[in-house]
Design a protein around this ligand. Structure first.
Ligand code: ZN
Length: 114
């Protein structure tokens, strides 16, 4: 079974050298984190635990510019950055999908469960 949460952050970014996205602008990024596992005592994981760990990571970036953290903050690179940071906080593999505005996302699945 899969279990997922959705969180939102508002961030600025620009893509150096890009004809349209080279100007500073912002997006509301929707971040889905999905884990898969077996239920133990009726739950895969407590939503509160999952949300608090993901929120801790996202709070570092909310209302800031991703250019402070990445040379080229495409949604692909943002997805990798967030996946790496969330991996440090979650003891299991997960899929992360980062939406840049509406209808556009990058997704990756992290490695084996620890
Ligand atoms: Zn953009």
């Amino acid at each position: 079974m899969k279990l997922g949460i959705t969180e939102y952050i508002d961030c600025a970014h620009y893509l150096p050298g890009h004809s349209k996205c080279g100007r500073l602008h912002g997006h509301t990024y929707t971040v889905d984190v999905i884990i898969e596992g077996e239920k133990r005592e009726g739950m895969i994981v407590d939503f509160a635990e999952l949300k608090s760990n993901v929120r801790l990571v996202l709070a570092e970036y909310d209302h800031r510019s991703f250019n402070e953290f990445l040379d080229y903050p495409s949604v692909e690179n943002i997805c990798e950055l967030l996946a790496t940071k969330i991996t440090d906080k979650l003891p299991y593999s997960f899929t992360i999908r980062v939406w840049e505005g509406h209808g556009k996302y990058a997704e990756l699945t992290t490695g084996v469960s620890r």
